[in-house]
Design a protein around this ligand. Structure first.
Ligand SMILES: [Zn+2]
Length: 343
């Protein structure tokens, strides 16, 4: 039925365009550009990487990498799945690349697997990144939630793993906190999907990408951390500008101290029996929010993760991140909270 209505609206717009005689009452709603998720849309999950796919992909990449990639487990999830991560490169700066802490935010997993595959290859920038960075790739931080296709963990409790870096109620959080402590990443990037499809404020443009340079108020960061976060953010935004059509906006201003990235920057907490990290090794930690899941544009959604991530990795590897201009950061627009396709 929706398809029929859309078709009729389309015909109406065509007629209007041909006659140029629109009246206020007959004018169809102006839809933001780009595909919008519809309430009754049947989203196919068959092409999305599940836990077994991740295990297979990591195994293949490790085997064919000639020793450039190693895969290890940080521990086990509440349901007993291994918390796999891959390490590529042996440079002095450790870079933490994390996907799918929210189990139903699908395409970040595939994107980081593509990035890992690329970093294991022979391209000049892959080599540059390997020489200058040690990249920790976590394709599926929350495998139980991913298999259940929910945001949270499943056992022992159903909680948001990105709000657990103060309580450490979940085995996933304990395991990844220890990995963070032991690998001491200087830079961290966390990949998410938005729960909706807003438009860029003041426009009808579908907001495809939100940049999260601050999971906590900048007053909780050192000056160096806040600068590094904005440098990572602007390196990401400039790469997407070249890609076009991303319609980037700020993520809403939040101050969430129990999120993973927040505590990487702040330090000060630890699971039971462990010593808190008082002097955080992490100088920059930001997140991306890519437009929500649609079944016809998976490749584009993966690009929206892959392109800015690769730009930040290259900038960190060649040193240009440290001179990245951040003067445009305050001028980035925000997004409205309206649903895609509605005004
Ligand atoms: Zn998320």
């Amino acid at each position: 039925m929706r398809r029929l209505i859309t078709g009729l609206v389309g015909l109406g717009m065509l007629a209007t365009a041909l006659t140029g005689a629109a009246t206020a009452t007959a004018e169809p709603p102006h839809l933001p550009g780009g595909p919008c998720l519809q309430e009754d849309q049947n989203v196919s999950l068959s092409s999305v990487a599940g836990y077994d796919d991740v295990v297979q992909a990591l195994d293949r990449i490790e085997r064919t990498s000639n020793g450039l990639v190693s895969v290890d487990s940080a521990g086990t999830s509440g349901e007993g799945r291994e918390l796999y991560y891959a390490t590529v490169g042996d440079g002095p700066t450790t870079f933490w690349l994390q996907a799918r802490i929210h189990g139903n935010e699908l395409h970040s997993t595939e994107a980081v697997l593509q990035i890992l595959d690329y970093l294991a290859g022979g391209a000049p920038d892959a080599r540059l990144i390997r020489e200058n960075l040690t990249v920790i790739v976590i394709p599926m931080y929350n495998p139980d939630g991913a298999e259940a296709n929910i945001r949270q963990s499943t056992t022992p409790t159903r909680i948001d793993l990105n709000r657990d870096w103060e309580n450490f109620a979940q085995p996933e959080t304990v395991a990844f906190w220890k990995l963070w402590r032991d690998t001491a990443p200087e830079l961290a990037l966390d990949l998410h999907h938005m729960g909706q499809a807003p438009v860029v404020e003041g426009t009808n443009d579908l907001n495809q990408f939100q940049i999260g340079a601050r999971s906590i108020d900048p007053s909780r960061m050192t000056a160096e951390q806040w600068l590094t976060n904005r440098q990572m953010a602007m390196a990401s935004v400039e790469a997407l500008d070249q890609y076009g059509l991303a319609n980037v906006a700020h993520y809403p201003l939040i101050d969430i101290t129990n999120a993973g990235l927040s505590r990487m920057l702040m330090g000060g907490t630890a699971p039971a029996g462990e010593q808190p990290v008082l002097q955080s090794p992490t100088k920059g930690a930001i997140f991306y929010e890519v437009r929500s899941v649609g079944q016809k544009s998976n490749g584009q959604l993966e690009n929206l993760f892959r392109i800015p991530t690769m730009a930040v990795l290259r900038a960190a590897a060649d040193g240009s991140l440290g001179t990245q201009d951040v003067s445009g950061y305050p001028d980035l627009p925000f997004a409205s909270q309206e649903q895609c396709g509605r005004l």
